[in-house]
Design a protein around this ligand. Sequence first.
Ligand code: AKG
Ligand code: FE2
Length: 339
Amino acid sequence: MSTLPEGLDLSDERVPKASFSTIDFALLEARDAAELKHLLRACQTHGFFYLNFDNSESTKAIVDEKTRVQNFMKEYFAQATEVKMKDHLGIKTKGYIPYGTFTGLKKGDWRTVEHLMLSRWDFVSGADSVAPAVRAESQLFKSYLDRCNYVVSVMLGALSDVLEVPASKRFDRGHDTSKPCDTTLAMLSYPLDIGETLQEHTDIGSMTVLFSHEFGLQVLAPETHQWEFVEPRDRHAVINVGDALRFMSDKQLYSCVHRVIRATGAYASPHRYSLAFLRRPEQEFKYKDTEGKELTAKEWHDSKYKIYYTPHEEQDSRVLLGGMERVLSGTAHNVAVTA
Ligand SMILES: O=C(O)CCC(=O)C(=O)O
Ligand SMILES: [Fe+2]
């Protein structure tokens, strides 16, 4: 039940590349005033940007670590389906999730993507949902999860500072890592012979840290309402604002609608992998959703996941697109902010 405007639906190099800003993480750590404004602008306009870690002594190792996690993923997904199904828990948010679980890009297409989902909370609390192959690489995953958590915390703090958000409304509230939350490391695999891929959506949580080497991710450009490719970059993460941060910011920040398409032509690749760290607030943290209804982060997470595997015709686009469908169709506006 998408209400989005009709857009260019191509999958090759004729589709423009999105022109996102590149933010320097070390400058955010140092609270450099110009870079904070740069960050704010990126979050108000596209809600997507590239993040460069090269100058950050604390965090530049993330680039090497994500390569190691990507190598892990390639080996993991290359296993026979029967082997991977040993990690299938019969739920849709944790463990191995085979093709055919999530609603595809095109109506009636369910052969979308396979996932290995790692719940950060289960990982740190030693729960059984963590795949043995992940446990065998505990040090790598612990370090990668900690680093991604830190990256998002710095950005939430930086955005709160530059917007001079009062203490009671800061965006880093509700992100206490010692409390249960649905923060997830999603490892995604899209082989060539599987059909179309991930349906348009906004992310559930506060911010996403994504690495991928292959084309496929597209965003709905805020200015033109046309699909644009997100160019993969080896050393930069792609960061995007999710529903929770948009809600917490009283809709001052923009949560960009995105999807994954089977890239063709010059952008084709035999197999696409992506690594998405999906940071979500504590399960009991409350905010007001797009309808102004107060709910917990867990309630929003659970209701949005149901939508991800509901047939197109029964989907509630207000949940799937987190209210952005109204911004895109011109019936609501992002709140303009100056800083
Ligand atoms: O595979 C990608 O590049 C994007 C995945 C994504 O949008 C998600 O997991 O929410
Ligand atoms: Fe996403």
